[in-house]
Design a protein around this ligand. Structure first.
Ligand code: F3S
Length: 377
């Protein structure tokens, strides 16, 4: 790869050991992917924040990096942590809380913004059209590439952090115009209505299709796009198009293979993910709820307790609107990356395919997978 003088100097250690290590990581990823050079980024979304997902090895890595003097040089926001930073979290084991605090302190020492949300684009880290960024949260990668028209590969926790430190990312993959065209057309026969349907559509396509889908026959709302992105990202999809709606170019693509999405496909996902009918708790907000979604929930006047995960940014705006003690707003974390199983919770109700999939595979939860009205009884 061709390096600028500044990049050579960082690699030579003139900005410290941490920056040198970060540059080495990006160079090896770039070389693996035949990137000709690095390009600048000004925004990063860092994953690998919850102690539940990174454990002691991750904590040691981040703490060592912070202690070596590494500092971020971009606007760098964080994915959800394992606890709500504004709550007492007494149900969470103390060891977990202490480790989580250490992780966040290390990130803060490096200069990252502890936004702790998977919807950075709703909490102040919203890239523009054609802006090159380095995002690691998979649902935010699909959303920002597809709905906002920004350009990012699906970064790992380590490469995103390396980009935050150096302000660079390797120029390959979805940063290049020619790699952003659709590769398969999805003709949606079973028209989705509401975000659960979009989450199911995304999950089905993410599971069965590789590449960049072009959807026809749908007209998603902003909240639907969020659900669709997370469903797709539960598989390998990092970018999609919706014909006539999303901002990226679709002209110039080769003749596309066509795949139908039918009512049977939807039923198959529901059958796969639903494993119980009387959950311990109801969890909404995967991805983190928007203000609009919280307002819609308030109108439903839940008579059962609902745990609603959102960003602190949105929570601060929503708190004054909540007039129902059954709506519990929780920020900075989520049902998947918090240790619910260590808090005695064995089953959850959700309308999100990403939540259903990861809560069951990572945390062993039983899942009631249903629409909000069914969850609320
Ligand atoms: Fe966000 Fe947690 Fe879902 S990070 S996308 S709420 S699994």
């Amino acid at each position: 790869m061709e390096l600028t003088r500044e990049e050579e100097r960082i690699l030579g250690g003139n900005k410290g050991e941490g920056a040198e290590k970060a540059m080495e990581i990006l160079l090896s990823i770039g070389e693996l992917n035949d990137a000709p050079r690095l390009i600048p980024v000004k925004r990063v979304q860092i994953a690998g924040v919850s102690y539940k997902t990174i454990g002691d090895a991750g904590l040691d890595f981040i703490r060592d990096l912070a202690e070596s003097g590494a500092r971020v040089s971009t606007f760098a926001t964080l994915n959800p942590a394992g606890v709500d930073l504004g709550a007492d979290n007494t149900l969470v084991p103390k060891r977990f809380r202490d480790k989580q605090t250490e992780i966040l302190e290390a990130y803060k020492k490096m200069g990252a913004t502890p936004s702790c949300t998977c919807t950075p684009y709703l909490a102040g880290n919203k890239p523009g059209l054609d802006e090159h960024i380095a995002f690691a949260e998979s649902s935010a990668v699909a959303y920002t590439n597809s709905v906002l028209g920004a350009r990012t590969n699906r970064e790992s926790a380590i490469t995103a952090l390396a980009s935050a430190i150096t302000g660079k990312t390797p120029y390959y993959g979805l940063h290049l115009e020619e790699n952003r065209l659709p590769t398969v057309q999805i003709d949606v026969e079973a028209e989705p209505v509401g975000s659960m349907d979009y989450s199911i559509l995304g999950y089905h396509v993410g599971k069965h299709v590789d590449g960049i889908p072009l959807f026809t026959g749908i007209d998603p709302s902003p909240e639907d796009y969020k659900a669709l992105s997370a469903g797709l990202a539960t598989g390998k999809i990092t970018m999609f198009h919706v014909l006539g709606k999303t901002p990226n170019k679709t002209v110039g693509s080769k003749k596309l293979e066509r795949v139908n999405y039918s009512a049977e496909d939807k039923l198959a996902v529901q059958g796969e993910l639903n494993t119980c009918d009387d959950p311990d708790i109801i969890c909404l907000g995967c991805p983190h709820y928007s203000l609009e979604e919280i307002k819609s929930l308030i109108e439903l006047r839940p008579k059962k307790e609902v745990w609603v995960y959102t960003s602190r940014h949105v929570k601060e705006k929503a708190e004054g609107l909540i007039d129902n003690p059954n709506i519990k707003l929780i920020s900075d974390t989520c049902m998947v990356v918090s240790p619910l199983e260590e808090m005695g919770i064995k089953s959850i109700g959700t309308n999100s395919t990403k939540c259903a999939y990861y809560s069951s595979t990572l945390s062993g939860q039983k899942i009631m997978f249903a629409g909000i009205k069914d969850l609320l009884g």
